[in-house]
Design a protein around this ligand. Structure first.
Ligand SMILES: [Zn+2]
Length: 136
């Protein structure tokens, strides 16, 4: 299992402490990810550390699929057999772009989907049930 990719954007800063803040953010994130991988059945955690701007040029900010593609390369995964689960349109579009099956967890946010999801669920447990049922 791979944790859904997320964007761990350092808060903007204009003083000379910004590099220290970014270093601390990465150090804390790495420690959190190591603990998650020790305590949960996770093979990998993917994070985008690029600046959090909507016009970012990196290929890993959802809805772009860079983090999923990277994880698939590293783990030798067939993305057509993988699932992207998320509660935002960006999650669904990221999964579609990567060639994954998608489950949208509908939390009734005031935003619509831009692409069609394969499945919808009310919560993560229901999403897990769908994945187990459809993966037989
Ligand atoms: Zn990025």
């Amino acid at each position: 299992m791979v944790a859904p990719p997320y964007h761990d954007r350092p808060r903007s800063g204009v003083d000379s402490g910004q590099n220290t803040l970014q270093q601390n953010t990465r150090r804390i994130s790495s420690a959190m990810h190591a603990k998650m991988c020790r305590e949960l059945p996770l093979d990998r955690v993917e994070v985008c550390y690029h600046p959090g701007r909507s016009d970012s040029e990196c290929d890993c900010r959802k809805p772009k699929p860079g983090l999923l593609l990277h994880a698939a390369r590293e783990l030798g995964l067939d993305l057509a057999q993988c699932w992207m689960v998320g509660d935002r349109w960006r999650d669904v579009d990221c999964g579609v772009a990567a060639g994954c099956k998608t489950v949208f967890i509908d939390r009734r946010y005031a935003e619509g989907l831009k692409q069609k999801t394969d499945f919808s669920a009310r919560n993560l447990g229901e999403a897990a049930d769908i994945i187990l049922r459809e993966s037989k």
